[in-house]
Design a protein around this ligand. Structure first.
Ligand code: SAH
Length: 247
């Protein structure tokens, strides 16, 4: 009998941000395929009896090409296994979850999707930056700073907009380009920006600056991936609302 694939969001790092459903499925899995962004504390929850497979990708250095991951998922389920595909954050937000499911549909493998806390929600919460606020932002946009063709060619004119928070995933490498483009399209040089490194983990670091200066801050502090950019007036609240590691 064919098994099933559970595409599960592991959240941004803190294992306590796993959902109860994710946890229940993880501890009864036969096979777990996981990415680089899934933290060690979460990997440690996988039972000894399960086959653990690291398929994770560091940027431009895929340890298993996406196509092969898709095929492997289907194959393991066809062997009758309960397969967990564990991804950082939420599987449907910059997680290629959709691509993996398309293959399963083609192979007629049953699946379920379990949402996770996406980096935007996790990092914002643990940094003390509400993504919306009645005084500062009525909308929030999630963007990727790393497009499929390697450019950072985003719809800049739509991004320079009052009362909007921008959250940029995978924005570290292209940060200089991103900042320059936003300034060129009219963003105030004083627009507040936060960068959250390893958000929700015990190694979390948060830096705030302006769109004009964020690049030099990131360089000086040697900020490393994974890091999330939050751009908008809401960032000014961080000073007051910061709580993680403080009390
Ligand atoms: N599916 C994931 C996103 C994958 S894209 C989600 O929903 O969160 C990978 C990017 O997510 C990283 O480059 C970084 O920008 C962001 N990210 C993921 N985890 C993070 C963390 N703990 N801290 C900061 N950024 C994180």
């Amino acid at each position: 009998m064919t098994g099933k694939v559970y595409l599960i969001g592991a959240g941004p790092g803190d294992p306590e941000l796993l959902t109860l459903k994710a946890h229940r499925l993880l501890i009864s899995a036969d096979v777990v395929l996981y990415d680089r962004l899934v933290g060690k504390d979460i990997i440690d929850l996988i039972p000894e009896s399960a086959e653990k497979m690291y398929v994770g990708k560091a940027k431009s250095l895929h340890s298993l090409p996406q196509g092969e991951i898709n095929v492997l998922l289907a194959k393991k389920a066809q062997e009758g296994k309960m397969v967990v595909r564990l991804k950082g954050g939420d599987p449907f937000i910059f997680g290629r979850g959709g691509e993996e499911l398309e293959e399963l549909v083609e192979e007629q493998v049953p699946f379920e999707v379990v949402p996770g806390v996406t980096a935007a929600a996790g990092c914002a919460a643990y940094a003390g930056i509400p993504l919306t606020h009645r005084d500062y932002a009525q909308s929030v946009r999630f963007l990727t700073g790393h497009l499929k063709d390697g450019t950072t060619d985003l719809p800049w004119d739509e991004l320079v907009h009052p009362a909007q928070t921008l959250v940029i995933y995978m924005g570290l490498t292209g940060l200089a380009d991103i900042a320059q483009s936003l300034l060129k399209f009219g963003m105030s040089a004083a627009m507040p920006v936060a960068v959250v490194e390893k958000g929700t983990t015990s190694e979390q670091r948060v830096f705030t600056s302006t769109i004009a200066d964020i690049c030099s801050v990131v360089n000086e502090q040697e900020v490393k991936s994974p890091a999330l950019l939050i751009i908008g007036e809401v960032v000014t609240l961080q000073d007051k609302l910061e709580w993680y590691g403080k009390y």
